[in-house]
Ligand binder design. Structure first.
Ligand SMILES: C[S@@+](CC[C@H](N)C(=O)[O-])C[C@H]1O[C@@H](n2cnc3c(N)ncnc32)[C@H](O)[C@@H]1O
Length: 255
């Protein structure tokens, strides 16, 4: 997520911007985003947590951390509002809901984000109570449904993965209304991905191993340790996997 955020910043060069997120138990992305803020930039960070016990647990950490405890940073014990609330400035929103694409959840997102914004949504990819869902979501699946709902934005990619703790299948999808960012992401992944071809069988084997471990829900750290990969190498394989999932898997073709 942080790679996409860095790309977004480098390409769209926002000066006054919002970052919207659900940090849950980890403030890693949020802290990195704050560290990247430079002189002359004005970033508002809006973090939401709907569960009181989770908010209470992390509120003192937020208050004690000098990066998080500053003007323009908000950690609220509230539900994520509709993203149109941030339409006054370019926004990078990571709605890491990991919940079902229920009517209440899908209604949070529409086309009314400010120009040069990015929206990343994660939904559970398997639903226990499909009867509670919109018929169109059931019929088409969360990604197709959101592509249709966000028709004024450009779909960047979707990636399936498993939730670290519970192993629940999830899908992360990214959209933007920045034409320049679309161009860069479509030309090639932000991360230089390996050439995984028939003429390079070792890399193809390694790629399949990486995909298998991701699908089993292994963390990045465990995959790197198990396959003796460096961070950037793993990022390259993950980018190649994303392209394969997008149906654009020229790099992975066996022939
Ligand atoms: C999957 S976790 C976030 C993980 C985090 N982004 C990370 O990188 O580890 C989602 C968190 O958001 C909270 N949450 C889920 N839906 C929400 C909503 N609609 N509004 C506010 N908080 C929500 C959950 O209680 C949970 O703590």
């Amino acid at each position: 997520m942080f790679s996409l955020f860095k790309y977004w910043k480098n390409i769209t060069k926002p000066t006054h911007y919002n970052v919207v997120s659900l940090p849950g138990e980890s403030f890693e992305f949020e802290l990195k985003a704050l560290e990247l803020e430079t002189e002359g930039e004005y970033m508002n960070l809006h973090m939401y947590e709907k569960l009181q016990k989770v908010h209470e647990k992390h509120d003192s950490f937020v208050k004690k951390n000098p990066l998080l405890n500053q003007a323009g940073v908000f950690y609220k014990n509230e539900s994520l509002p509709p993203l149109s609330a941030f339409a006054y400035a370019p926004t990078f929103a990571w709605a890491d809901l990991c919940g079902t694409p229920s009517p209440k959840n899908v209604e949070l997102f529409n086309n009314s984000m400010a120009a040069k914004s990015v929206l990343v949504i994660t939904f559970a990819n398997r639903f226990r109570r499909p009867a509670g869902l919109d018929a169109a979501v059931q019929a088409f699946g969360a990604v197709k449904y959101m592509k249709h709902k966000l028709s004024s934005m450009t779909f960047l990619f979707a990636e399936e993965y498993k939730c670290k703790t519970k192993g629940t299948p999830m899908v992360m999808m990214a959209f933007t209304n920045s034409k320049t960012l679309v161009g860069v992401v479509k030309r090639g992944s932000p991360v230089k991905s390996p050439r995984v071809t028939k003429s390079n069988p070792n890399q193809l084997k390694l790629f399949r191993k990486v995909v298998s471990l991701i699908n089993k829900g292994f963390s990045n750290e465990r995959i790197m340790a198990k396959l003796k990969l460096r961070k950037m190498e793993l990022a390259g394989y993950k980018a190649a996997r994303t392209r394969e999932l997008r149906g654009n898997g020229r790099n992975m073709k066996k022939s």
